[in-house]
Write a new protein. Sequence first.
Length: 103
Amino acid sequence: MKQLYDEPLVIILSVEGYNTRQVLVDNGSSVDIMYMTAFQQMKIDLKRLHPFESPLVGFIEDRVYPKEIISLSITAGIYPAQVTKSIDFLIIYWSSSYNVISG
């Protein structure tokens, strides 16, 4: 079946109360990723980061080794049809046109 649209879904998502733009929704991703530049702009306490030692495979041509993971609250939708949940984000020290990739 031919798909009518092949454009990526890019949304704004509330992460820890911050409206985060350039969030790529990737249903094929098994992890949720936040780039360090976006994390730094949120000014979240660095003590909330936890070490992470497993590589990401298939993310780019090479393996990527995130150094930290953090659990953050996200809210999607508009009141009264909102959903809030806690998501574990891997923190990536690479640059991207996206701030977050959400699986």
